[in-house]
Design a protein around this ligand. Structure first.
Ligand code: HEM
Length: 325
């Protein structure tokens, strides 16, 4: 009961305009395509270092731990200004938060722990600002435009959304490519950034890791496909269904890195469309464009049947991906 009465604070995810517009506008300058492109050299460096470390280490390796998680986590830490040394702490709580099997109590504990941690970080930036998003948030708090509660919640959302999703795409995308050797060969043999960018869009479409559906409430009657959704009805918008619609993408179950998949909905659509999509794109372009060229013999060190798929998580992925080379 108490749980139902609990007021959910305003976030990007659960608000409409004008609250959503106000919150989102505060972050747009931190996430422009230009800023994300400027991160490319840092992403390339981190990717090369992690591939070096994987190659120098024992075989088989778990691609999730070796590359999938650390690369996006390092990048979001850099962007936000969160110390990477704390990653075990926040990855643990982030995993609890996105798992649909955690209890309400576990969920609450993790969100409090993360919120308090980020509030401390933002506080520390108030008098000691740097070129990062937490410093931007600290300045907004100081100017009275955001409360500390709103700012720390915003930071929690960015931290979680910024590593779990890209991490899943790195491992799951690699698995999909290993299962489609002729497609993997296309990526391995090209150094054309346009081909790599196209491959990223197709993998985003094909895998649609935001797989559980976005929940919405109709504000008025909507007619679609000959059916009327009534104002007030709950709607679950299935992104996988949109991305596997044969009218939009012929033979949608075929992974075809050369098709034009740019119109996919893997980042959703409309005002809530993913804020981090340019960052995710650059990360995936660098990783997919580097890994298979540097490790041409990369292969699965297990069978498909033995892989643990994260059916219960908000973002689909694999818990581990044993690979060898
Ligand atoms: C491949 C990686 C990613 C995928 C597939 C993805 C997918 C999505 C989707 C489907 C939504 C819409 C949610 C909804 O409508 O309810 C969304 C929103 C969002 N994403 Fe991503 N995302 C990815 C990476 C990232 C990254 C790297 C960041 C942060 C740096 C990020 C931050 C956000 C935020 C803040 C929102 C909320 C935007 C709003 O409601 O206005 N995402 N993402």
């Amino acid at each position: 009961m108490a749980e139902n009465a609990h007021h959910h604070p305003d976030t990007l995810f659960n608000t409409d305009a004008p609250v959503h517009t106000r919150l989102r506008r505060m972050l747009t300058s931190s996430f422009t395509a230009k800023r994300m492109a400027a991160l490319r050299p840092a992403i390339q460096k981190v990717t090369d270092e992690h591939i070096d470390a994987m190659l120098a280490g024992p075989k088989p390796a778990d691609l999730v731990q070796a590359l999938g998680l650390p690369i996006p986590t390092l990048m979001i830490c850099e962007l936000l200004g969160v110390p990477y040394e704390d990653h075990e702490f926040f990855q643990h709580h982030a995993t609890v938060e996105v798992s649909q099997t955690s209890s309400a109590e576990q969920d609450r504990e993790s969100s409090v722990a993360l919120g308090e941690y980020l509030a401390r970080q933002i506080h520390a930036k108030t008098d000691n600002p740097a070129e990062d998003t937490l410093s931007d948030l600290a300045a907004l708090v100081k100017a009275g435009e955001l409360t500390m509660g709103e700012a720390s919640l915003m930071a929690v959302i960015l931290l979680i959304a910024g590593h779990e999703t890209s991490a899943n795409m790195i491992a799951l995308g690699t698995l999909a490519l290993l299962e489609h050797p002729e497609q993997l060969a296309l990526l391995r043999e090209t150094d054309d950034p346009k081909v790599v960018a196209g491959a990223v869009e197709e993998l985003l479409r094909y895998l649609t890791i935001a797989h559980t559906g976005q929940c919405r409430i109709a504000l008025e009657d909507i007619e679609i496909g000959g059916e009327v959704i009534h104002g007030g009805d709950g709607i679950i918008v299935s992104l996988p269904a949109a991305n596997w619609d044969p009218e939009a993408f012929p033979e949608p179950d075929r992974l075809d890195l050369l098709r034009d998949a740019r119109q996919h909905n893997a980042f959703a659509f409309g005002v809530h469309q993913c804020l981090g999509q340019q960052l995710a794109r650059v990360e995936l372009q660098v990783v997919y464009g580097t890994l298979y060229r540097r490790v041409p013999t990369l292969r699965l060190a297990t069978t498909l049947e033995e892989i643990d798929f994260k059916e219960d998580a908000m973002a689909y992925g694999v818990a581990a991906l044993p690979v060898t080379w």
